[in-house]
Every structure is written in structure tokens, then in C-alpha cells.
Design a protein around this ligand. Structure first.
Ligand SMILES: N#Cc1c(N)ncnc1-c1cnn(Cc2cccc(F)c2)c1
Length: 292
């Protein structure tokens, strides 16, 4: 098969052009933490995250159209079958649509500094990881690779997209979050926050793009182990982070990330497979099941 022209290489995914109207998104087994990529892959991570995106694109297709065209069949190269998606090529919006149900990460830092996140005022006295009174829309600009995204308030978001499109993106993002959070809560998981990306399709309509509610674009916590005022470990990367910041990794927070020990790789793979089964009720062994 002739190699496809590479369009973009992300930390853990690669993007290829397929003709003029489609792209192939290939998910690797690379795993990142603290904005860097480990030298050790986690087997099946690419398959799990691809299968999870497909589940959510199908589960939430009634909220708005998405860019998924195929996840199996003759249009997916055999070499990447199961960890590649053929998608409609869109005019991507230059923003990240973030929805937060809990106060954590940079959102918590913004709250501590200003009592608000992206201009959304919050009640005083909220602890780190606290559940918010209601999910909030906290967009950011899409920074250049290696640069941090910049949180923006809704007025700035409107200035970038125009009011009608900005409101459509906000409403769709909040509904996608609500539906996702409700589903995973039934399976003992908390959807703390997530990032969506959108584009404009050939018919001029808004289309959901990128990956969807995967552990790389969403923060999942195990329900129940809530300790107010402390950061909660992400379901998928807890073993990696615990080892990395523990005494045995030897990592000094500034040098390159060290190779992962086999037991951390195995435990992390099991977390990804468990997250897929918990969220979808499906077995990874059956993926990919059928063409989209
Ligand atoms: N999704 C999507 C998409 C689309 N449907 N149409 C046009 N462009 C994109 C697009 C452009 N950059 N990215 C981010 C990205 C994703 C995966 C791997 C990477 F290296 C980089 C997505």
C-alpha cells in the first residue's frame, strides 16, 4: 500500500491525508504525562482509545453529527486496523471546548487566583476536586505545539467564532458532557472534565471532531475515593504517576521521562482495558467488530 502523506504528528496520535475529503487518525500506544511522552509504549492503548471514541461517537450521535466515517473495513489499512479512524476532513475551529464538572488542574489554579474559571464565577470556598454546582464551559485557544492553551472567557470565545456558532458549540459541549457523565456514573466512574474539538463540514454545519471522551481527552476518576481538598488520581494514569513521583523512578522532574517498569506497563494496560469495559460494557477482544 502506498504510504499516506503525514499531515500532523501529535504526542500520541498521527494524522494522514486520504484523498481531499478524508483523514486517517492513527492512535499509537505512546503514553504521555506532564506534557512529555514516555519511551515505553503501553500495549493496546491505541486500540482502547480508538474503540472508546467509536463507542462515544455512536452513543452521542443524536446530540450532533460527528466526523467518523469508518473504523474497520477496506478503507482502514491492515497495519493499523483497530487503532485508526477514517474521518471526514473538516474546517477545524481554532478552539478547545472544555467542560468541567469538577474543579481540578488548571481550572482549580484559575479559581484559586480569581474565584472564577474562564470568566465563570464560582461560589467561594470550593476545595480542589470539588464537584461544581453545575458543569461549566471553559474554552481555550488552540496553542501552537508545545505551547500551553490559553483559557478564554465566553466573550472572547464569541469574538473568535461569532455569537451563533459560539453558543452552538457551548450548548453541544455541555450536552455531550452531561450525557457522558451520566453514563459513566452508572459504571462507578466520575467524568471530572473533558475537551471537545469541532469543525465545520461540507454542508456548513457544526461537526464533532477529534477523539471523544477518551482518557486522553477526558479526566476519569474512580467514584467513591473522594478526599476533598486533594487532587484525585486519573483512573488510567494512576499507576504511571504514582511510580513516576515515587522513589524508585529516579525521575528529577526536569530530565526526560524514564522507561516504565514492566509491572507499571501491565497495570496501566489493565486500567485502559477496564475503563473500556466499564464505560462501554464491551470487551476489547471483540474490537474492531464491524465497519462503521
Ligand atoms: N479530528 C480531526 C480533523 C478533521 N476531522 N478534519 C480536519 N482536521 C482535523 C484535525 C487537524 N488536527 N487535528 C488534531 C490531531 C488529531 C490527531 C492527530 C494529530 F496529529 C493531530 C485534527
Amino acid at each position: 500500500m502506498t504510504p499516506l502523506p503525514a499531515l500532523a504528528t501529535g504526542k500520541v496520535r498521527d494524522l494522514y491525508a486520504v484523498g481531499d475529503d478524508h483523514l486517517l487518525i492513527v492512535a499509537s500506544d505512546r503514553i504521555s504525562a506532564f506534557e512529555h511522552v514516555f519511551p515505553t509504549p503501553v500495549p493496546d492503548k491505541g486500540r482502547v482509545l480508538t474503540a472508546m471514541s467509536v463507542f462515544w461517537f455512536r452513543e452521542l450521535a443524536d446530540v450532533l453529527p460527528n466526523h467518523l466515517v469508518a473504523c474497520d473495513g477496506p478503507r482502514i489499512p491492515e497495519a493499523v486496523r483497530g487503532r485508526a479512524l477514517l474521518v471526514e476532513r473538516l474546517e477545524m475551529l481554532p478552539v478547545e471546548a472544555v467542560v468541567r464538572g469538577h474543579l481540578t488542574g488548571r481550572g482549580y489554579a484559575d479559581y484559586r487566583r480569581s474565584g472564577s474559571v474562564c470568566g465563570v464565577e464560582l461560589p467561594p470556598g470550593l476545595a480542589e476536586s470539588a464537584r461544581l454546582p453545575e458543569p461549566i464551559f471553559t474554552p481555550s485557544t488552540k496553542a501552537r505545539p508545545g505551547e500551553p492553551d490559553e483559557n478564554i472567557d465566553f466573550d472572547t470565545f464569541v469574538s473568535v467564532l461569532g455569537r451563533k456558532l459560539a453558543e452552538e458549540v457551548r450548548e453541544a459541549s455541555l450536552e455531550l458532557y452531561r450525557r457522558g457523565a451520566a453514563r459513566v456514573a452508572e459504571q462507578g466512574l466520575v467524568l471530572a472534565d473533558t475537551k471537545f474539538e469541532f469543525g465545520i463540514g461540507a454542508d456548513g454545519g457544526l461537526v464533532l471532531a477529534d477523539e471523544l471522551l477518551t482518557p486522553d481527552s477526558a479526566r476519569y476518576w474512580l467514584a467513591g475515593d473522594h478526599r476533598p481538598g486533594r487532587p484525585r488520581p486519573s483512573f488510567d494514569k494512576q499507576h504511571v504517576r504514582d511510580w513516576l513521583v515515587g522513589p524508585s523512578s529516579g525521575w528529577d522532574c526536569v530530565s526526560e521521562l524514564p522507561p516504565l517498569p514492566p509491572e507499571v506497563v501491565t497495570a496501566t494496560r489493565e486500567r485502559y482495558v477496564e475503563a473500556y469495559h466499564r464505560i462501554t460494557g464491551l470487551s476489547l477482544a471483540d474490537w474492531p467488530r464491524d465497519p462503521a
